[in-house]
Design a protein around this ligand. Structure first.
Ligand code: ADP
Ligand code: MG
Length: 598
């Protein structure tokens, strides 16, 4: 007797189900995608016990003909493609014809459906079709998931966890299909109810509900078309970065995906405005002709392959880079608060009220400590290369015409040698002067590097630095690169180099740590080509050693010069590490602090 035999259909389906139906969330995903493909405008999802006991997805889509109902649940049965050519340009979310068969093989399954103007029919596996009451559309009911596959059942997590995963899945679908209304209920309680969105405002409100009001308040809109490609959505301000990539939604032709090409392009666009290890928040919709993207890469269809991945990469990167470049004072329209937002602060630079109290309290703490601390340095070297004397704040005339006041306004004073206080048309502006100066220096260095003229200036007295012999060797070998960056070094001993010139943009660099850092970067990036590729990073590190540190006194002219520089420098809303460089505190924010009714 032969030992090879064809598996019974039910078992084959159960094996296949392993790939598609991992947990309740995958069932919800497949059913929602079917409803979307059926052209539904209203979809309801009802669940019990985290979807393990019961899931129902009900839509008002096209419905399924009586004679197709049983077939729909058979494996490899689909209405969405006919031939291999169709696979080349898929416009629907589904096409593999295996979801219903897989789900039905591992649950108690029921499907009820009606075409427009026709009777509804209901199918339960192994039973005859029965008439049933149902308006046009389809309801699929899945009870006791994995009741017949105990191994799978064991991997299910708590009801809460499974529900959370379903919700994540639901959010992706709701974000990518704004024109569909949704009801999402669990254990008879409605958790989300969305009307179909018709206006930009309604779409924003849905994003606010899903991503939180803080995201929308601190996001920049994206809208760009180039040839066949378009990119829309919102990208979070660098200062709204997160420790996890948990607020990143990328959709390709309406399908949520995880994609290395796009996430790499986005990472590059944010690379010099974010701390290492921080992640931007974003909701992006990429559209391109279906023939340019292969969605048949994985059974769950969460991955795609672009036929022209280089083109997609450079498109996404350049669009997002251009938007991030606008993050400077006055660089873009301040967005209005979204109606559903719980916060009373509109602009992206406005922390919540509690933050002010924290800010003020921590200010008090540091004052208390300062009583016993050292006195502050008075006017020393002028870090911005100017020699204006200190003037009292009263000397500055504030323009009364709103239009004449620049976005960052005019400097009033300096606080603790760390912050600049300025007045603009909305009220008070606080600037972290070191962070701001760092960004300005960095952006200038990048520009000069591109133009091929990074100036250098001689040190009055060359500074001798002690290194390890290997480091000194490396410094010698990297002479050309150092030159191009504006340094001039001489090896003056086995373990010594002498620094004669430094980049002119670094006003008073801390020479020794600077050289050590640049060497460390060279060491890490190896050969010259790689150094070139990391030049932004290297210059960012260099700018970090620039001199406007805390406790330097600036004159009002110097402070104003810094404010003007910020307005003219791309990405100056945040320092090289993604921390904010300035905050707006409006008059009404201040009134709130003092409980002052206006
Ligand atoms: P696929 O979606 O890959 O085609 P499925 O197993 O998910 O495969 O569904 C099989 C077929 O059943 C679909 O091609 C479609 O014709 C039909 N179908 C499934 N769900 C619905 C629905 N909610 N409304 C209308 N037709 C549906
Ligand atoms: Mg499907």
């Amino acid at each position: 007797m032969s030992s090879i035999h064809i598996l019974p259909a039910q078992l084959a389906d159960q094996i296949a189900a392993g790939e598609v139906v991992e947990r309740p969330a995958s069932v919800v995903k497949e059913l929602l995608e079917n409803s979307v493909d059926a052209g539904a405008t209203q979809i309801e999802i009802h669940m019990e016990a985290g979807g393990t006991r019961y899931i129902q997805v009900r839509d008002n889509g096209s419905g399924i003909a009586r004679e197709d109902l049983e077939l729909a649940v058979a494996r490899h049965a689909t209405s969405k493609i006919n031939c291999l050519d169709d696979l080349e340009g898929i416009g629907s979310l589904g096409f593999r014809g295996e979801a219903l068969a897989s789900i039905a093989s591992v649950s108690r399954f029921k499907i009820t459906s009606a075409l427009a103007g026709e009777e509804a029919w209901c199918y339960v596996s192994g039973e005859a079709l029965k008439p049933a009451p149902h308006p046009q559309g389809t309801s699929v009911e899945v009870a006791d998931l994995f009741f017949n596959t105990p191994a799978r059942r064991k991997f299910l997590k708590t009801e809460r966890t499974e529900l959370m995963r379903i919700e994540d899945m639901f959010k992706r679908i709701a974000l990518s299909h704004m024109d569909i209304g949704f009801v999402f209920s669990h254990n008879k309680k409605v958790m989300h109810r969305y009307a179909a969105c018709n206006t930009p405002g309604e779409r924003e409100a849905r994003v606010v509900d899903i991503c939180g009001p803080a995201f929308m308040e601190q996001a920049l809109p994206v809208f760009e078309e180039r040839g066949d490609l378009s990119l829309e959505g919102w990208v979070g301000l660098p200062t709204f970065s997160r420790s996890q990539p948990d607020l990143q939604y990328v959709f390709v032709n309406g399908r949520w995906i995880r994609d290395k090409v796009i996430s790499h392009a986005v990472r590059q666009a944010y690379q010099d405005v974010l701390y290492h290890g921080r992640h931007p928040a974003l909701v992006l919709y990429l559209k391109l002709p279906p023939t340019l993207v292969d969605v048949n890469v994985h059974p769950t269809k969460h991955e795609v392959r672009f036929r022209e991945s280089g083109q997609v990469h450079s498109f996404v990167q350049s669009v997002v880079t251009n938007i991030i470049a606008q993050t400077r004072p006055g660089g873009r329209e301040q967005r209005e608060p979204v109606a559903t937002s719980g916060s009373s602060f509109a602009g992206s630079h406005k922390p919540a009220v509690q933050d002010y109290f924290r800010l003020f309290n921590s200010g008090l703490e540091s004052q208390v400590q300062d009583v016993s601390g050292t006195p502050y340095a008075t006017t020393r070297e002028n870090p911005l290369g100017q020699t204006a004397p200190l003037r009292p704040a009263e000397d500055v005339e504030i323009e009364t015409q709103e239009t004449e006041i620049p976005p960052m306004g005019y400097a009033l004073a300096q606080l603790k040698g760390v912050y600049i206080l300025a007045e603009n048309k909305d009220g008070l502006v606080l600037v972290d002067m070191h962070a701001a100066h760092e960004r300005i220096t960095y952006e200038r260095m990048k520009q000069d590097w591109k133009a091929g003229d990074l100036d250098s200036q001689p040190l009055l007295v060359p500074e001798v630095i002690h290194l390890s012999e290997r480091e000194a060797d490396l410094a010698e070998q990297s002479e050309e690169m150092f030159e191009r960056l504006g340094f001039s070094l001489d090896r003056v001993g086995p373990q010594q180099v002498s620094v004669k010139r430094v980049p002119a943009l670094l006003k008073q660099p801390e020479i020794e740590p600077l050289i050590r850092d640049v060497l460390a970067d060279f060491k890490q990036h190896g050969r010259t080509k790689r150094i070139e590729n990391h030049i932004d990073e290297i210059m960012g590190n260099m700018a970090c050693h620039n001199s406007v540190r805390a406790n330097r006194r600036l004159s009002l002219d110097e402070m104003n010069a810094l404010l003007r520089d910020m307005e003219n420098t791309e990405r100056s809303d945040q320092c090289n590490h993604g921390r904010p460089t300035w905050r707006q505190i409006s008059l009404s924010d201040l009134d709130k602090l003092f409980l002052r009714g206006r």
